[in-house]
Ligand binder design. Structure first.
Ligand code: IFM
Length: 549
């Protein structure tokens, strides 16, 4: 869509059109307003994208006539008040207050503001990786939405989370078409980067091959369902996506013999880390695919013999195959080091000593050819560590520490999505100072332009990841739990963190101090909150319960 604003209806010769140093087009026009004077502006919109979800001509007509009617019936003052109201409601439910760190507080609020601004709300759009602030990544949507930003919406404004997931539902047919054109008879293959459902990666090796996007979407649906209990969504839309993405893994992966065992493998994929590509059995991808398959199995059993499973042609035989694949999923692991391997042959790659590389050569992607980087044990961003964060159950603290100590020294954090994830992992591993350092760099990414490229747009995923850093990291909220469950580890310099979260029909206000958690029910009837192994029950609204830890 192009947009233009003219003064006084007729194009004004005084308007100064320009192209700035970042190749962005714009115009300036100065207007000296005298108190009490009036000025008219005309806004022109041109919508010209070919979008399978939107008929541009119909959309433009409808949009412009609705806008026209709307503008005639409103005034600047009433718009200002309505906007203030929207933002007041937003902050009431979604603010995070940090007592004891004003700079981080400012950055965090900036991040939450940008997240809220950027989220699509019409089911035909998601959240671009650069929000609505720049033309970096061509306005495309990635896994950034489901894995880094959506949790914030799901826990605080689930109605927006649902709209974002509906974008994936409306593009499911395109994902199925892509799988079929690719040569897979069944399943859905979501685009790694897209604006309209179709794959837009130009560099398929590091783009399209990031098939984990399929399981990331399934993961986000499960998170939405666990937190909201929205049965209607699951039955009508969510299960179908979970099933079709699970079918993709059954087509792309295969059973084989490896190290003397019968296993299910997923070869030739690119994991989250973009300093490696087209690998066999990426740990993150396989563990997410396993989760995706188990979700499909769980809900196929829940909906067995209903019109839902018959509409989707689910058979017992298909579900049995999925069970075998999930059970036999190959997860590369070095027994001696007690470390999960990023992918099957990761240890055969050359070592890279990041501390011996000159600082001027970072980010490495701007100084080395990808094929050079792919030969080394070096990470652009959190990869296996993400799996540890998402699936903490069954992982001992020793295992987490072993993974952290293995991957942290070889990670450059050249992707802005990395540091907040390492902040969470460090917090859980008991490395308080490192956790705070990583978090504070993640949260300041855009306001302080730490990657020196905010002129191309904010790093929306990083903004959402910073929220996770506070909530999952320092407050220690256990993600996807059926009850509120917290294991706080507050930075020493902070007095408290305060935020609200929703779970089903309850909303609670949590205030976390160094040794106490205060909980207040702000809407709903009653709920249980676990703080480490202690349980408190909140039964009346606005009555504070205190739990020491
Ligand atoms: O999705 C990310 C990816 O993980 C790293 N490169 C940038 C993409 C868009 O933010």
């Amino acid at each position: 869509m192009t947009f233009q604003a003219n003064e006084n209806v007729a194009p004004d010769p005084k308007i100064d059109y320009f192209k700035d140093e970042n190749n962005q087009y714009g115009y300036r026009s100065k207007y000296h307003a005298k108190k009490g004077s009036e000025k008219n502006f005309e806004f022109l919109f041109a919508i010209g994208d070919i979008h399978p979800l939107v008929n541009a001509r119909v959309y433009a007509d409808q949009y412009l006539s609705a806008l026209d009617n709307y503008i005639r019936g409103t005034s600047f003052q009433s718009e200002l008040m309505a906007s203030a109201q929207v933002w007041q409601t937003f902050w009431l439910h979604s603010d995070v207050k940090i007592d004891g760190d004003p700079q981080i507080q400012l950055c965090l609020r900036f991040n939450l503001f940008e997240l809220n601004q950027s989220a699509g709300r019409d089911e035909n759009t998601s959240i671009p990786a650069k929000g609505l602030t720049g033309n970096g990544y061509g306005g495309h949507f990635f896994w950034d939405t489901e894995m880094f930003m959506l949790a914030f919406f799901t826990y605080t404004q689930p109605q927006i989370a649902k709209k974002l997931l509906m974008f994936r539902y409306h593009t499911l047919n395109i994902a199925k078409q892509q799988a079929s054109e690719f040569g897979l008879p069944k399943g859905a293959m979501y685009a790694w980067r897209t604006i309209n459902g179709y794959e837009s990666s130009s560099y398929w090796l590091a783009g399209m091959a990031q098939f984990h996007i399929n399981a990331d979407i399934a993961f986000a649906i499960e998170q939405y369902y666990t937190i909201t209990g929205d049965d209607d969504f699951l039955k009508k839309y969510g299960f179908e996506i979970i099933l079709e993405t699970a079918r993709f893994w059954m087509q792309y992966g295969n059973f084989t013999e490896l190290d003397g065992k019968h296993v299910f493998v997923i070869n030739k994929v690119t994991g989250p880390d973009e300093y490696s590509a087209l690998v066999d059995n990426n740990y993150y991808t396989n563990v997410m695919a396993q989760f995706n398959l188990r979700l499909a199995i769980k809900y196929a059993e829940k909906f067995k013999a209903t019109d839902i499973t018959s509409r989707l042609n689910v058979s017992d035989k298909e579900i049995d195959r999925m069970k075998q694949a999930a059970e036999l999923m190959y997860l590369p692991y070095d027994k001696e080091k007690n470390v999960k391997l990023q992918f099957q042959d990761f240890e055969q790659l050359l070592p890279m000593h990041l501390d011996q590389i000159d600082q001027s050569l970072f980010p490495l992607l701007l100084h080395y050819h990808p094929l050079m980087l792919y030969r080394y044990q070096v990470n652009k961003q959190a990869d296996t560590i993400m799996a540890d964060i998402l699936f903490p159950k069954g992982n001992t603290k020793e295992q987490l520490i072993a993974d952290y100590d293995f991957y942290e020294p070889i990670t450059t954090h050249d992707s802005s999505l990395s540091k907040a994830m390492y902040a969470i992992a460090a917090s859980r591993a008991g490395k308080k100072e490192q956790s705070y350092d990583f978090f504070s760099q993640a949260v300041k990414t855009d306001l302080l332009d730490l990657h020196h490229n905010t002129q191309n747009g904010i790093h929306a995923g990083s903004l959402g990841a910073a929220w996770q850093g506070v909530v999952y990291g320092f407050a220690g909220v256990v993600n996807n739990a059926e009850h509120f469950s917290l294991e706080p580890k507050l930075p020493s310099a902070w007095n408290s963190i305060k935020f609200k979260l929703r779970l089903h029909n309850n909303e609670c206000l949590f205030t976390i101090y160094q040794n106490e958690v205060h909980v207040e029910l702000t809407s709903g009837k009653a709920c249980e909150v676990y703080v480490y192994d202690k349980k408190v029950r909140v039964t009346s609204q606005h009555v504070k319960e205190v739990c020491e830890y």
